[in-house]
Design a protein around this ligand. Structure first.
Ligand code: FAD
Length: 315
């Protein structure tokens, strides 16, 4: 039971970074327990992902080629089958919409303790998981009973696994659960196919932009930088950008190479979604804005002056 099973994640035909981060978290736990690391890839047409998941430290890859897009029943049945046929005691899944769909079901099905949104853990004969509470204001540790668990891990907290492993790759057939539900298709929420979590460079706009008409300014900057536009929550709440552009605790967790925060104060709920960015740049008129506490580079200035200059520079 010392092995760990990581469940990888893919969307619209592409593996997501969360998979490689979960592999790192899984390897860390497997090392601490002296076990092997198994990785599952589940869904329609997923054979092609196996090689890419074969990162350093992965001992076995299990391919369950079944279903279409993400399907709760296929995931639950596949994970149950893999727990039966491997020595995996702990399941590690991304703390994503999908992960939060099947992880509780797996935990309930197997009567295992579930800890969601882990940002760290230690294993010393027993598992202690670190989580945040109250909008990331408080950090807590949770001692988890037993040596079998289900964990979901927050994006951006573990580095993506790299290198090439020599994992054995096997195909697994599973018996699907009886269910009255089936997945009939995939429909993107408003905002098109943009997934800010996949962007390398994000220009993120906040309430400092004042009016919807002014968004054009940051759109120009995003174009000039080849970046994707994201936002703080007030911009989304105002209906100026769709929900899938929101960064933060109730939006998306992003880990771009560069995060340029324009007129964003840096509230804890926002920072929870972007603090894992490689390089953070902030433009803000207020030198005491909390965003400067985590920024690598800061410009204390009026965005209506600074942004046009940057557009001129980079366009
Ligand atoms: P403000 O805090 O109003 O900051 C605007 C900033 O712009 C200020 O720092 C100001 O100095 C600067 N500014 C003003 N004019 C200019 C100018 N001309 N040039 C340059 N700078 C200027 N927020 C999120 O973003 N994402 C979330 O997922 C999220 N989830 C939440 C969940 C809960 C349960 C709660 C309670 C809140 C959540 N929030 C979230 C809201 C969060 O608390 C903040 O209210 C929000 O992040 C503030 O957005 P902002 O920085 O754009 O606006």
């Amino acid at each position: 039971m010392s092995d760990v099973l990581v469940v990888s994640e893919h969307r619209r035909g592409e593996l997501r970074d969360a998979s490689y981060e979960a592999i790192t978290a899984g390897r860390e736990l497997a090392d601490a327990r002296g076990g092997d690391l198994h990785v599952a890839v589940i869904g329609g047409d997923v054979d092609r992902f196996a090689e890419d998941l074969n990162r350093e430290g992965v001992d076995a890859i299990h391919v369950v080629d079944d279903g279409e897009e993400f399907d709760h029943n296929v995931h639950q049945a596949a994970i149950a089958a893999l727990l039966d046929r491997t020595d995996a005691g702990t399941v590690v899944a991304p703390n994503s919409v999908n992960g939060l769909d099947y992880a509780p079901a797996v935990a309930e099905d197997r009567s295992l303790p579930l800890v969601t949104d882990a940002i760290g853990f230690e294993y010393d004969g027993g598992l202690t998981v670190t989580r945040e509470m109250y909008g990331s204001k408080v950090e807590t540790t949770v001692d988890v009973d037993g040596d079998r668990h289900v964990l979901t891990v927050r994006g951006g907290e573990w580095a993506p696994a790299e290198g090439v492993g020599d994992a054995a790759i096997e195909s697994v057939d599973v018996d699907l659960l009886e269910s009255g539900a089936r997945v009939t298709g995939f429909e993107e929420v408003g905002g098109g196919d943009v997934d800010i979590a996949d962007a390398d460079v994000l220009v993120s706009v906040g309430r400092g932009i004042e009016e919807e008409e002014n968004l054009e300014l940051v759109e120009e900057l995003a174009d000039a930088l080849g970046a994707t536009l994201s936002a703080s929550r007030p911009i989304v709440d105002n209906g100026w950008l769709p929900k899938n552009r929101q960064v933060g605790q109730s939006g998306k967790v992003v880990t771009p190479d560069v995060y340029l925060a324009v007129g964003i104060s840096g509230a804890v709920q926002h920072v929870a979604g972007m603090k894992g960015s490689d390089t953070i740049i902030a433009i803000n008129t207020d030198p005491n804005a909390p965003i400067f506490d985590i920024a690598d580079y800061g410009i204390v200035g009026d965005l209506f002056e600074v942004v046009p200059e940057l557009v001129d520079e980079f366009a």
